[in-house]
Design a protein around this ligand. Structure first.
Ligand SMILES: Cc1ncc(COP(=O)(O)O)c(C=O)c1O
Length: 373
């Protein structure tokens, strides 16, 4: 079976995990600190490593100290993690339509959703692209909003000549098993706002003030104070050890994923019932490869046929307004989600990971051609 996505783990990651196991210090300690330092050198900004991309988003929002029921605007099409992180903070997620050509926030419609209660925008760098980020920051500056970038898909991506995470307000990354680089599970918060960094460090360790400094040197704080709610969301050494090795391969990973997507584009552009998204694969580090099927094509049938040919496919993502939980956030509010609704019916995700080769891509495209005709 050609998997939709997977971790690509080499001997170096295995040896690094082995070393942590041998040392028998599995929790948060030296490896987590080393990974944070390496990430800080990568982004040229402060970094806090946590247990997942979801906890990164949740803690980042918490550190902004928004009032209860504050509104945060985000794309209707994203993983439910983005929404749950907002809901967990007693804030209100406001879904906004996406642009049909990029699947990123529609910035015109975004402006229409800004209300007196809006405190932040959460752009999601879908599939690795942050193409609309300059406009987002212009809007945020104008309306004095914070920007919490859900950069789960875009580790290692560039926007123009800037690395995603190296500029802007707050960026949250995921290192789960299938992300651009993986820790097994993990995530991080990147910001140049020192208060956000310090509050996030405490929040990941149950709110214990400055416990991070002790953990880094394999100690714990016993005489401690707690000022705010906190969680057990720190990263463990085992996960950090994998991340350190993965980060060393970032150039190879970027180049491999870019080449695979460029090949997909060149083959799929010839298929008349398929529409490809116009992404700049010389700049971004693509996380997923999504296409649009002609609306007359039955997507389920295509997915079944592809499965029989040994190819996994996916759908990224079901829009928020199609989930039962959305009811309490959408009532009494007019939100135009036309493009998200149309897109949702036709999008299909094809396999993308570092263990695929050109022949795999050719086989996937050939199989897709047979499955849609
Ligand atoms: C857009 C988006 N945001 C947030 C997350 C959450 O990351 P994690 O799975 O590490 O919690 C994901 C994970 O798939 C994601 O795709």
């Amino acid at each position: 079976m050609i998997r939709l996505s997977k971790s690509s783990i080499g001997i170096k990651e295995k040896l690094a995990v082995r070393k942590v196991l041998d040392h028998e210090y599995l929790g948060m300690g030296k490896e987590v600190r080393d990974f944070e330092i390496k990430l800080r050198n990568f982004f040229k900004r402060e970094v806090v490593c946590v247990s997942s991309g979801t906890s990164a988003l949740q803690i980042a929002i918490q550190s902004c100290n928004f009032k209860k029921n504050s509104e945060i605007i985000l794309p209707a099409i994203t993983y439910i993690a983005s929404y749950q992180a907002i809901i967990a903070n007693d804030c209100k997620p406001i879904p906004c339509d996406v642009n049909k050509n990029t699947m990123l926030l529609d910035t015109q419609k975004l402006i229409k959703q800004i209300s007196k209660k809006t405190v932040a925008i959460m752009p999601v760098h879908f599939a690795g692209s942050a193409a609309n980020i300059d406009i987002i920051y212009k809007i945020a500056n104008k309306y004095k909003l914070r920007v919490i970038e859900d950069a789960a898909h875009s580790f290692g991506s560039y926007h123009k000549n800037k690395l995603v995470g190296s500029f802007g307000d707050i960026s949250c990354f995921s290192f789960d098993g299938i992300k651009n680089i993986t820790c097994g599970e993990g995530g991080c918060i990147v910001s140049n706002d020192n208060r956000i960094i310090e509050e996030s460090k405490d929040a990941r360790l149950l709110g214990v003030v400055k416990d991070s400094n002790q953990r880094y040197i394999q100690k714990r704080t016993y005489e401690f104070d707690v000022k705010k709610i906190g969680w057990r969301y720190h990263m463990q050494n085992l996960n950090a050890a994998i991340g350190i090795e993965q980060l060393k391969k970032i150039k190879k990973i970027r180049s491999k994923r870019q080449k695979l997507c460029i090949l997909y584009d060149s083959l799929l552009i010839k298929l008349k019932d398929i529409k490809i998204f116009n992404r700049d694969y010389n700049k971004i580090l693509p996380h997923i490869y999504v296409i649009k099927l002609n609306k007359k094509i039955d997507r389920n049938e295509v997915r079944n046929k592809m499965h029989k040919k040994g190819i996994e496919t996916g759908i990224h993502y079901k829009p928020f307004d199609k989930l039962s939980i959305s009811y309490r956030y959408l009532k009494k509010r007019e939100i135009d989600l036309t493009e998200s609704t149309i897109l949702y019916k036709s999008i299909l995700t094809l396999p993308l990971h570092c263990d695929l080769n050109a022949n795999n891509i050719k086989y996937i495209v050939k199989s897709l051609k047979e499955s849609i005709s």
